[in-house]
Design a protein around this ligand. Structure first.
Ligand code: GDP
Length: 435
């Protein structure tokens, strides 16, 4: 795909430009191994060409100090991955020593570089951009205002001439999205931090930008996945009603965006009404579900503990009974790997498509063995079954009298499908059509 990297010293407005280029889309934090610092990326398009933008500057520690090492990292990343480099400077502040340092590092690459002279909000200011020619790099200097968008069109016109192809609309498509949900204090942040492998203490909020919800891409245990809205999970705050309300709203949004919900319970408290509500909400939204019983290290165990616990959960969430339950401890790192593996499996189950011939081979004999009961002397005859090409697993049963199929028989059919094709952790829907 086509990659644009934005580099430059802090506070020149990199993230404002970044947000402008990705438009209404969501930024994603990149935590993929090999990158020691956060960076965000997002997807955008300009006159039919798709691209990915990398904002390299998301990790400045609240001061204007920037170290050689920092510059090095940004530049290295840009040089390695980008097709086009946008080197941003600030017309208002004028040419600084740090800009010159950046320019020196950027001289290493023969990739196309454009100097983006930001904060050129007025003509008077735009005139000052001439001094940046002294940097001696870049194909051209574009005056822009990331804030109001002026000049960005001309910039993009130039940028896209370097693209090799049309690009891909959403290169993240096909990467599973997980939401980590649960009541306060069950261990959500601890779980996410463990996936990252390091205690996260980097402030990702950049002055002037509100990153209300942000997804994060991970590579943990050899699997690539996106955790939706980890900012909400990560941010620790003292409980107040307001914050409580927003964190609930945020969880709901994360749930809607996810493919699979990883719902965490606290083993020391058992399953509570709120947990049950959350699980049924995930089910209603037809999301994949994995339940983690966390803080398992704190529970005194005998040989039956996990079994009893699991039975209790399944009883409380009935009639849902296809949900995997994993007993984890984030503190002793027990089965965290297993949790992610299971979430991946649930994702695969959710996206699997069963061929019509396989479905009929397995399910028609089950129907013969236990046919739908006759109603008022009428016999229901199911002729064939097919999985519909929908986003969530849906099976259509073609029959003569669809209105005569009862709830209990539907359940039998669902169980038959699960028995043969294992949709573990995934809500499935059955529809009956006249044929
Ligand atoms: P969140 O509110 O769901 O994000 O919960 P946190 O991750 O902040 O965890 C709440 C508290 O529980 C913290 O003090 C954690 O150290 C602790 N905790 C989290 N997971 C475990 C676990 O598996 N075992 C034990 N003993 N404590 C845990």
């Amino acid at each position: 795909s086509n990659i644009i990297a934005i580099v430059g010293r802090p506070n020149v407005g990199k993230s404002t430009l970044f947000n402008r280029l990705i438009g209404h889309r969501k930024a994603i934090m990149d935590n993929v191994s090999g990158v020691t610092r956060d960076r965000s990326y997002g997807h955008g398009d300009w006159i039919g060409k798709y691209f990915t933008v990398i904002d390299t500057g998301g990790y400045v520690h609240g001061t204007d100090d920037i170290f050689e090492e920092e510059i090095n990292k940004q530049v290295e990343l840009a040089v390695k991955e980008a097709d086009v480099i946008l080197f941003m400077v600030d017309v208002d502040a004028g040419l600084t020593g740090l800009d010159e340092e950046f320019a020196n590092y950027l001289r290493r690459t023969d990739k196309p570089i454009y100097i983006v002279a930001n904060k050129a909000d007025s003509n008077a200011r735009a005139h000052q951009m001439g001094e940046f020619y002294a940097l001696g790099i870049g194909l051209e200097i574009f005056p822009v205002s990331s804030q109001n968008g002026s000049g960005t069109g001309e910039l993009l016109d130039a940028v896209i001439t370097h693209f090799k192809d049309e690009g891909v609309e959403d290169p993240d498509a096909g990467i599973p999205k997980f939401a980590v949900l649960g009541r306060p204090n069950v261990g959500k942040s601890s779980f996410v931090n463990l996936l990252l492998g390091v205690e996260r203490n980097i402030v990702t909020d950049i002055a002037g930008t509100t990153r209300d919800a942000i997804d994060s891409r991970y590579n943990a245990f050899g699997k690539e996945f996106i955790i939706v809205d980890t900012a909400g999970v990560r941010r620790k705050s003292k409980v107040s009603e307001d914050i409580e309300f927003y964190s609930v709203m945020r969880s709901l949004r994360a749930l809607e965006d996810a493919d699979v919900c990883i719902i965490i319970l606290d083993a020391t408290r058992g399953i509570e009404a709120q947990d049950v509500n959350l699980i049924s909400l995930a089910e209603k939204n037809r999301k994949g579900i994995v339940i983690l019983v966390n803080k398992w290290d704190l529970v005194e165990k005998n040989t039956n503990s996990t079994k009893e616990f699991e039975e209790e959960i399944l009883e409380k969430i009935a009639p849902i009974k296809y949900v995997p339950v994993i007993f984890t401890s984030v503190v002793t790192k027990q089965r965290v790997h297993k949790a992610i593996e299971t979430a991946m499996e649930v994702y695969e189950n959710k996206t699997q498509k069963i061929s019509t011939s396989k479905l009929n081979d397995k399910i028609l004999p089950e129907i013969d063995r236990y046919p739908p009961p006759a109603i008022k002397g009428k016999f229901v005859k199911i002729k064939y079954i097919t999985q519909l090409p929908t986003h969530n697993p849906t099976f259509a049963f073609f029959c003569n009298l669809p209105q005569y199929i009862k709830e209990s028989y539907t359940r039998y059919l669902e169980n038959s499908i699960r028995k043969h094709f294992g949709f573990d952790g995934v809500p499935i829907k059955l529809v009956f059509r006249k044929k």
